[in-house]
Write a protein that binds this ligand. Structure first.
Ligand code: UD1
Length: 426
């Protein structure tokens, strides 16, 4: 398994370009299943999760072509196989997103149940209940969701008991081709939901209210081809800003959109960083100062994103003062705390709360990534730790960060990858 080797202590300084949002690219690629016409999508990030979704679409019979600058052309006119097999779903839970489009266009789907996950149990019951409300018949057996809608889907009013991002997206895609009107209440407000709605509307869907808790979708007969560009990745944006803050440096993130990060930019300012915010870039300047501790309370958008909790915990480990971090979205999302403690962090976890007393310095150590954002927090800690940090299992980070070692090196970090050769079983 590949590892990152980081020698800490470099003050980061420079500019970095932000890639397209992973959590937009995945549903948008999947939504191509809703149209028989070719679609081209720009600003797709080059990530393992994108490769997985492309493989999934390919196995169903889609034709995908990667053009220059990661523009992907998708042609799903020859799709015949409406199955998402377990071996792909277990590597990427977002594969559940094919359920809605397959049911809407082909009236059937067989999708593996994702099962447990490092950060929590993460059920998909709200996706399934929603599809039933749209008239799907669903049976769970042998680890699979078997769904069919012999008469086609029909619009309905749906209330989500819990705010769910991919649940909202799945239902929005299904409803786009259902007969009649669907109302989604208590829908997720995340920018990636809005991006998907804009994409669907550019295919000819009739969706209003995305970005609010009530989304209205008037089903249409057919969706057409289009060209679309994915929004910038807000989690990647903030991760590089934290890299600047944790090392006392000055980092400019380009090709991004500050409007995607309301609560996060406030927290960065609270660390003592000065921010220069432009329409497509943000410069964070820490002026060599140690950051101040900031409390974190993860919430659905526009609250503080759970996907940045681990990175801000890394920042708090060396900050001045004490921070209380509350995780409200996933029940087991503190696995990185134990690894950070191995580097000398003072963190006490109790239930969904972690209390982090800032220490004067961390010490490099071998650590193990447990999930995507946890791995980012370990890399951030490695940037500021004394000595060498080796982060193992970085396949997690490759799921969500494009060329992370190149981008960090460009900012002056001392980081490289050790590629572990696969050993033959003979
Ligand atoms: C998405 C993001 C992920 C982010 C998360 C929360 C993608 C591909 N992934 O994940 O990066 O961390 O939003 O912002 O966009 N829940 C249920 N039943 C369901 C669905 C969800 O109980 O059917 C619960 C979950 O266990 C969790 C909460 O709802 O406690 C929110 O999860 P959800 O918003 O669905 O996360 P994802 O869409 O899987």
């Amino acid at each position: 398994m590949d590892k990152h080797v980081i020698v800490g202590g470099k003050v980061l300084n420079g500019e970095v370009k932000i890639s397209g949002a992973k959590n937009s690219a995945l549903p948008i690629l999947v939504a191509c299943l809703l149209s028989e016409e070719p679609i081209s999508i720009a600003n797709i990030p080059h990530l393992q999760d994108v490769t997985t979704i492309m493989e999934l679409l390919g196995r169903m019979g889609s034709h995908l072509t990667i053009k220059d600058h990661m523009i992907i052309e998708v042609d799903t006119s020859k799709v015949t196989d409406c199955v998402a097999p377990y071996e792909l779903v277990r590597t990427m839970r977002a594969s559940i997103l094919v359920l809605g489009p397959l049911l809407a266009r082909f009236n059937q789907a067989k999708v593996a149940l994702p099962g447990g996950c490092a950060i929590g149990s993460r059920p998909v019951d709200l996706h399934v209940q929603g599809m039933c409300r749209l008239g799907a018949e669903i049976e769970m057996r042998e680890g699979y969701i078997y769904a069919s809608a012999p008469q086609g889907l029909r619009g309905a009013e749906i209330y989500f008991e819990k705010v769910t991002v991919t649940g909202t997206e799945n239902l929005m895609m299904a409803a786009a081709l259902a007969r009649g009107t669907t109302i989604l209440n208590n829908a997720a407000l995340e920018p990636e939901v809005v991006d998907l709605a804009n994409f669907l509307n550019s295919m000819g869907a009739r969706i209003e209210g995305a970005g609010t808790s009530r989304i209205e979708i008037e089903g249409v007969e057919k969706l057409s081809g289009c060209h679309y560009s994915v929004i910038p990745d807000r989690i990647e944006t903030a991760t590089y800003l934290v890299a600047g803050a944790i090392t006392g440096g000055r980092v400019t993130v380009k090709n991004t959109d500050p409007r995607l990060l309301p609560s996060v930019l406030e927290k960065l300012e609270a660390t003592g960083a000065s921010l220069d915010i432009k329409p497509r870039s943000i410069t964070l300047d820490m002026r060599g100062n140690r950051p101040k501790a900031v409390d974190i309370d993860t919430r659905p958008f526009p609250g503080f994103p759970t996907d940045l909790q681990a990175q801000f915990m890394a920042l708090n480990t060396i900050a001045e003062g004490t921070a209380v971090i509350c995780e409200h979205i996933f029940e087991n999302r503190f696995m990185h705390a134990e690894e950070l403690r191995r580097m000398g962090a003072d963190i006490r976890v109790q239930g969904n709360q972690a209390v982090c007393h800032g220490v004067n310095h961390l010490t490099g150590a071998p650590v193990r990534a447990t999930d995507l954002r946890a791995s980012a927090s370990l890399v951030l800690a490695g940037l500021v730790a004394h000595g060498e940090t080796i982060v193992d299992r970085i396949y997690h980070i490759d799921r969500g960060y494009e060329c992370i070692e190149e981008k960090l090196s460009q900012l002056g970090a001392d980081i490289h990858r050790i590629v572990q050769k696969k050993t033959s079983s003979k």
